[in-house]
Design a protein around this ligand. Structure first.
Ligand SMILES: NC(=O)C1=CN([C@@H]2O[C@H](COP(=O)(O)OP(=O)(O)OC[C@H]3O[C@@H](n4cnc5c(N)ncnc54)[C@H](O)[C@@H]3O)[C@@H](O)[C@H]2O)C=CC1
Ligand SMILES: O=C(O)CCC(=O)C(=O)O
Length: 418
């Protein structure tokens, strides 16, 4: 998998979707290229006085349907191709969610766990100064992703205010409540995944309370998703994060794991539970469960791991966890995949709700927020499902087809071909 290029993977699926729709290359060629890619260098004085220079990226894949929108990731392996693919997936996802955004993503190549809080703040503010010309509430609106959180979003909003001379909370979403965040956003991606699973159960005449599950990733998406699904009766026997894989055949104590991870920097390192054992990470995918919930990183289910999967259903909370090769294999084997661009859209739909509240200055209750989220998740699922049934394709292909139709229509209506 050394040569895995997530952007190429995205293009392959996009081309297939276009083919099923009967599009010629020129009908959608523009969607194959990001509109704008910015690479920046961020010099930081570290606490001990020495200087380090970090690479950062912001890619705006599309603004056809509205301002570019998507999270920012801090990760040691972040690079141009990863951020490009993540930005394109945002275009597709935002179109499926039918929210008025294009797609973008950002990244800094750094291991944030090695930085002090002061260094992290300086790095974040340095990054904002470099991408300042291309972001704004109507231009490009960042949000959290892997290894970023509400505090980092608050620093982004504050640095933007310092540069622009005005407090504009709608420049970034996923903020803490004290800085214009919204009730519900922190849980939105996980809650949206629960709604997706519930809709799948309804369509397949399954009772969610009878499902068993294994989860990879226990950060924002994995931990909230697992907690909410557990509360609905799903039995979660296996959870893995970067530190290890925990297994309890009687069902893990998800509440305890959630509290532990959230008081240990979103990490399960050191977690113990009576009846639970630590198993090799390589055994996570081969668990004999009903659902494999992917909530870590891309390229996890690929040519080398796909044959391990025993679960008949894969729920994608992470972006891009399944390569095209693995996807084809799962289709052949009858393993159903609820794809990222449909299933985890709750995060950005929740961000849209926050942005709407920031711009109107009128804040909703959590119950209102969750009710609207449920409605949006349902609509996204049904819109994808209708195409899946009509064309007899996978959920993923149907999702890409739906997005392609919406982006192409917006682009053509605006008429911005040169
Ligand atoms: N935060 C959000 O609102 C959204 C995030 N996503 C996607 O969901 C995924 C997870 O994001 P977050 O939960 O926000 O990130 P996070 O930083 O809160 O958590 C990431 C989790 O993945 C685990 N992990 C990392 N590498 C791993 C490995 N090699 N093996 C096993 N576990 C590993 C970490 O230990 C951690 O538990 C990413 O793909 C992200 O792009 C998608 C939609 C929205
Ligand atoms: O909330 C957002 O704007 C984007 C979240 C995100 O990065 C994602 O959906 O992958």
């Amino acid at each position: 998998m050394a040569n895995y290029n997530p952007y190429e993977n995205m293009l392959d699926v996009l081309d297939k979707a276009a083919q099923v729709l009967g599009y010629q290359k020129e009908d959608y060629e523009f969607v194959r290229y990001p509109e704008r890619e910015l690479t920046v260098s961020i010099p930081i004085r570290m606490d001990d006085g020495h200087v380090e220079v970090f690479s950062g990226y912001r890619v705006q894949h599309s603004t056809a349907r509205g301002a570019a929108k998507g999270g920012i990731r801090f990760h040691p392996q972040s690079d141009e191709n990863e951020v490009k693919a993540l930005a394109a997936w945002m275009t597709i996802k935002n179109a499926i969610g039918n929210i008025p955004y294009g797609g973008a993503k950002g990244g800094i190549r750094v291991d944030p766990h090695k930085l002090s809080a002061r260094e992290l703040e300086r790095l974040t503010r340095g990054y904002v100064r470099k991408i300042y010309p291309i972001i704004g509430p109507d231009k490009d609106v960042p949000a959290p992703d892997v290894n970023t959180n509400g505090q980092i979003m608050a620093w982004i909003a504050d640095e933007y205010a310092a540069l622009s001379g005005s407090w504009q909370p709608g420049v970034v979403t996923g903020k803490p409540l004290a800085t214009g965040g919204s009730l519900g956003r922190n849980e939105a991606t996980g809650r949206g995944l629960l709604f997706t699973l519930e809709t799948w159960c309804e369509k397949n005449h399954k009772d969610i309370r009878n499902l068993t599950m294994a989860v990879q990733g226990f950060g924002n998406v994995g931990s909230v998703g697992a907690l909410l699904m557990h509360q609905e009766g799903v039995k979660i026997t296996t959870i893995g994060d970067i530190n290890g894989t925990w297994h309890n055949p009687r069902g893990l104590d998800i509440e305890a794991m959630y509290v532990y991870a959230n008081s240990h920097g979103r990490s399960l390192k050191g977690y113990t539970e009576e009846g639970a054992e630590i198993i090799p990470d390589s055994e996570l995918f081969s668990q004999d469960v009903d659902v494999l919930f992917m909530a870590a990183l891309e390229n996890q289910l690929n040519g080398s791991t796909m044959e391990k999967v025993k679960a008949p259903l894969i729920l994608e909370g992470a972006n891009g966890p399944t390569t095209e090769e693995a996807d084809a294999y799962f289709e052949k084997k009858g393993i159903e995949v609820l794809p990222d661009v449909m299933s985890n859209v709750g995060g950005v739909v929740g961000s849209y709700f926050e942005w709407v509240q920031n711009r109107t200055g009128y804040y909703w209750t959590e119950a209102e927020y969750n009710e609207r989220l449920q409605k949006k998740m349902r609509e996204a699922y049904e819109d994808v499902y209708a195409l899946k049934e009509k064309y007899h394709v996978t959920y993923r292909l149907a999702a890409y087809m739906l997005a392609l139709q919406r982006v192409v229509e917006a682009q053509n209506t605006r008429g911005f071909l040169g």
